[in-house]
Design a protein around this ligand. Structure first.
Ligand code: ADP
Length: 493
C-alpha cells in the first residue's frame, strides 16, 4: 500500500489534517472549559452575595431565627450543598442543615478562612466536586450591641456549591468536540481520497497503460485529456510525442524501403555490369589484336597507322575500365604478409615518378625510420598508393609538390602506421569531396570514378581506413591508417 504514491499522499494529508484539527480542537476545548469554570464561579459568588445581603438585616436586628430560616430556604437550592455561618473559632453557629449547628466546620472550609483565601475546590463526601466559598463577616458599630467590639471578624459565611453539573456540561462539550473532529477528519479523508483517485490515480493509470501500448509498438494510441490541468498537459505532451514518433517511424520505414529497393537495384545492376564486362573483355581483346595486325600493314609515319595507335590506346582505356569494374564488383582474395611500408612506398613512388604527367612534380618523402611491419596484402596496398599518388599528380596540372609522410600513431587504444599523401593542387570542392568515394563519380574526362572507391574497399579489407581532407586552392591530403598487429615482427629500418 505504501509503495503507491497516491496512498502516501492521502495518508500524509490525513495525518497532517488530524494534527491540525486536533490542535485546533484541544485549544477550543481548553477555552470552553475556562469559560464554563469562570461562569460557574461568577454564578456561585453572585449567589453568596445575595445570601449575604439577605441575612444582613436580620443579623443587624439580632434576629437569629430569621437568619436560620433564610439559610434553610436558600440552602435547598439544587446546586448549593451547604450554607452556614461559623464562628472565627470554627464552630458552626447557623446552617441550612440544623443538625450541623454546634459542630466544627469542615476543616477544608475552615482552612480557607484561616489562610485568608476566599474560595477553593474540594472533593465532596458523595464523590462530586464542590466549590467552597468563604466570606468573613466584619463587625461594625451596629454589631457591637450583640457581639461586643472586641473582635473584628464576628463570623464566617460559608457556602459549598456543587460543580457536578458543570463537569457534566464539560464532558458533554468535550465529547461533542471529539465526535465532530472525527466526523470532519472522516469527511476530509474521504474527500482527499476521492480527489486523488478521480483526478490523479485514474489518469496516471491510463497514461501507464498507453505507455506500455507504445512500448509494445502501437503508435496509434492517443489519450483524451479530460481536464486542462497538469495531467491534461502531460497527456497532450504524450500525444504529441507519440505523434512525432509515429511520423519518424513512418519516414524511417519509407527511407528503409527506398534503401532496400536501391540496394536491390544496385545488386542487379552490379551483376549485369559484371556480366557485361566479361562480354566486353573478350571482343575487346580480339579487336585489339586485329588492330595491332592491321597497323603493321602501314609504314611508320603513315597517318592511318597513327589512327590505328589511337584506336589501340582507347581500347586500352576501355579494357582498364572493364577491369576496374570487375575488380570493384568482386575483389580478389587478399594475400597477407608482414610488409615494410617505407619500402613499399619507395617502390611504388618510383612508378609514379616515371609517369609522363609527373614531369613538373617535385616530391618530398618524410619516411619515419623504425616503423613496425604491418600485416597487409602488398599488391593491394601498392594499388591504393599508386591510385592516390597518380590522382595527386593529375590534379597538379601546373606542376607542384607531392609530399609523402609516414609515422606511427596511437588511436582507439591501438597502434597504427599512418601514410599521408598530399599535393599542392587546386584542392577538392566540398560538394565534390562528399562524393569522391561514390562509385563512378569522376570529374575527369577520361576517368572511371572507380579508383577511390576501390582504394577505400581495399584499405578496409586490410583492416585499415582511408580519409581525405582538402582546402580549395591549397591541395588535398589523403590519410591511410593500417593497424599494427600485436605480434608484429621487429621494426623496419
Ligand atoms: P578517377 O580518377 O577515375 O576520376 P577516382 O575515384 O580516383 O576516379 O577519383 C574521383 C575524383 O576525385 C576525381 O575525378 C577527382 O575529381 C577527385 N580527386 C581525387 N584525388 C584528387 C586530388 N588529389 N586532388 C583533386 N581532386 C582529386
Amino acid at each position: 500500500m505504501f509503495r503507491s504514491l497516491i496512498s502516501r499522499i492521502i495518508l500524509f494529508n490525513v495525518l497532517l489534517l488530524s494534527l491540525g484539527v486536533g490542535i485546533f480542537t484541544l485549544f477550543h476545548l481548553y477555552r470552553e472549559q475556562a469559560h464554563l469554570i469562570g461562569t460557574t464561579r461568577n454564578h456561585a459568588n453572585m449567589l453568596l452575595g445575595t445570601i449575604e445581603k439577605s441575612i444582613f438585616n436580620s443579623m443587624r436586628l439580632g434576629n437569629t431565627a430569621e437568619v436560620q430560616a433564610i439559610l434553610e430556604t436558600v440552602g435547598h437550592g439544587h446546586r448549593i450543598t451547604g450554607v452556614r455561618i461559623f464562628s472565627p473559632d470554627g464552630i458552626i453557629m447557623t446552617s441550612a442543615n440544623p443538625s450541623e449547628i454546634g459542630r466544627r466546620a469542615d476543616p477544608r472550609d475552615y482552612s480557607l478562612f484561616a489562610e485568608n483565601i476566599t474560595e477553593g475546590v474540594f472533593q465532596a463526601d458523595n464523590g462530586g466536586r464542590v466549590l467552597a466559598l468563604v466570606r468573613p463577616i466584619v463587625s461594625d458599630e451596629r454589631c457591637f450591641r450583640c457581639h461586643g467590639n472586641g473582635r473584628k471578624v464576628i463570623g464566617v459565611l460559608n457556602m459549598d456549591f456543587s460543580l457536578a453539573e458543570m463537569y457534566i456540561q464539560l464532558r458533554e462539550t468535550s465529547q461533542l468536540f471529539v465526535v465532530s473532529t472525527f466526523i470532519i477528519l472522516g469527511f476530509l479523508a474521504v474527500g482527499i481520497s476521492v480527489v486523488m483517485i478521480r483526478f490523479l490515480r485514474r489518469p496516471l493509470e491510463k497514461i501507464t497503460q498507453c505507455m506500455s501500448q507504445v512500448e509494445d509498438g502501437d503508435l496509434t494510441v492517443r489519450m483524451q485529456p479530460v481536464q486542462n490541468d497538469e495531467i491534461g498537459q502531460l497527456m497532450d505532451g504524450f500525444n504529441a510525442m507519440v505523434g512525432n514518433l509515429s511520423r519518424a517511424q513512418g519516414e524511417l520505414e519509407r527511407y528503409h524501403y527506398q534503401q532496400m529497393e536501391r540496394a536491390d537495384r544496385l545488386a542487379s545492376v552490379g551483376e549485369m555490369a559484371a556480366g557485361l564486362a566479361h562480354e566486353i573483355k573478350n571482343p575487346l581483346a580480339g579487336i585489339s589484336g586485329a588492330i595491332s595486325v592491321l597497323s603493321d600493314d602501314y609504314p611508320e609515319g603513315d597517318q592511318r597507322r597513327e589512327i590505328m595507335l589511337q584506336i589501340q590506346s582507347q581500347i586500352g582505356r576501355l579494357d582498364k575500365t572493364v577491369n576496374d569494374l570487375l575488380y570493384f564488383g568482386k575483389p580478389g582474395q587478399p594475400e597477407f604478409a608482414f610488409a615494410d611500408i617505407n619500402d613499399l612506398l619507395k617502390q611504388t613512388l618510383l612508378f609514379v615518378a616515371q609517369h609522363p604527367e609527373s614531369r613538373d612534380i617535385n616530391r618530398i618523402d618524410e619516411l619515419t625510420r623504425d616503423l613496425p611491419a604491418v600485416w597487409i596484402d602488398l599488391k593491394q596496398l601498392q594499388q591504393v598508393v599508386l591510385n592516390i599518388a597518380l590522382n595527386a599528380v593529375q590534379a597538379m596540372t601546373e606542376g607542384g609538390m607531392l609530399t609523402v609522410v609516414t609515422d606511427q600513431v596511437q588511436r582507439d587504444s591501438g597502434t597504427w602506421v599512418r601514410i599521408r599523401i598530399s599535393d599542392t593542387g587546386p584542392g577538392i570542392k566540398p560538394e565534390v569531396l562528399a562524393k569522391i568515394f561514390t562509385p563512378f563519380f569522376t570529374t575527369k574526362n577520361q576517368g572511371t570514378g572507380l579508383g577511390l572507391p576501390i582504394c577505400r574497399q581495399l584499405m578496409e579489407h586490410n583492416g585499415g581506413s582511408l580519409e581525405v581532407e582538402s582546402e580549395v586552392g591549397k591541395g588535398a591530403q589523403f590519410t591511410l591508417l593500417l593497424p599494427v598487429q600485436d605480434g608484429a615482427p621487429g621494426r623496419c629500418a
